[in-house]
Design a binder for this molecule. Structure first.
Ligand code: DC
Length: 224
């Protein structure tokens, strides 16, 4: 492999995206948020009036789907759907559950595989998701599994939503996290699980700075 790939997997709200983005910045790698890609597929279904669970209706729309990923002048990953920047729209609370639903459809996963692998073929990447170390980049030089207790994850997600002005009760956020864990872990295809050769990082009792340190150290340890 010409480039270095770092795979970071774990459940929702473990801090993967914040930590992976910051670690990538420190190391000068490209950060790839694969959840954003599933979210864009979910948004596309919703906008087309298709129930995200309706696989027979959703699958035929995939080949006409115009999804692009680009990095703006701000260095951040932007998602485009039919040319429109949907980076904000895909963060709506309802889209999280829909993304989890579409991600359980094998044809959706197969459709997105090349897009993800292509990025790793041409860049040093830190890619986060659910199946990066197990399916998308099984040859990644570094694999991390980032997790935290559900309550800790719900607290962080709740704070994030409040800061964005999306006032959702804490209990709802917690129940949604538990439901998504359940759905992402128990699906038949590419379920969320720790790769055998992944390093486990539990951030339940770590703050952001401590978590970032744990991750960057684990990466440097592997690639030195
Ligand atoms: O990381 P996120 O919360 O933005 O991801 C949204 C959903 O997409 C998540 O519930 C499961 C799915 N997903 C996946 O199945 N595989 C990935 N590599 C990334 C996300």
């Amino acid at each position: 492999m010409k480039y270095i790939s770092v795979a970071i997997d774990g459940p929702s709200g473990a801090g993967k995206s914040t930590l992976a983005r910051q670690a990538a910045k420190q190391l000068g790698y490209l950060y790839v948020d694969t959840g954003a890609i599933y979210r864009t597929v979910a948004l596309s279904a919703v906008r087309a009036g298709i129930d995200p669970a309706d696989a027979p209706r959703l699958i035929p729309t995939l080949e006409k789907l115009d999804i692009r990923l680009d990095y703006g002048a701000d260095g951040l990953q932007h998602m485009y759907l039919n040319g429109e920047d949907v980076s904000q729209a895909i963060r709506e609370h309802a889209i999280s559950q829909h993304a989890s639903t579409v991600s359980a459809i094998p044809q959706v996963r197969a459709f997105l595989l090349d897009l993800q692998r292509e990025l790793a073929r041409n860049n040093n990447v830190i890619m986060d998701g659910r199946d990066i170390g197990t399916v998308v980049l099984p040859e990644a030089q570094v694999k991390l599994f980032l997790t935290a207790a559900p309550e800790a994850r719900a607290r962080r997600r709740h704070l994030e939503l409040c800061q964005r002005g999306q006032d959702t009760p804490f209990e709802t956020v917690l129940q949604d996290i538990i439901r998504r864990d359940e759905q992402d872990t128990n699906r038949a295809i590419a379920p969320l699980r720790q790769a055998e050769d992944a390093v486990l990082v539990d951030t339940t009792h770590l703050d952001l700075e401590q978590s970032l340190h744990a991750i960057v150290s684990a990466i440097e340890e592997k690639i030195k």
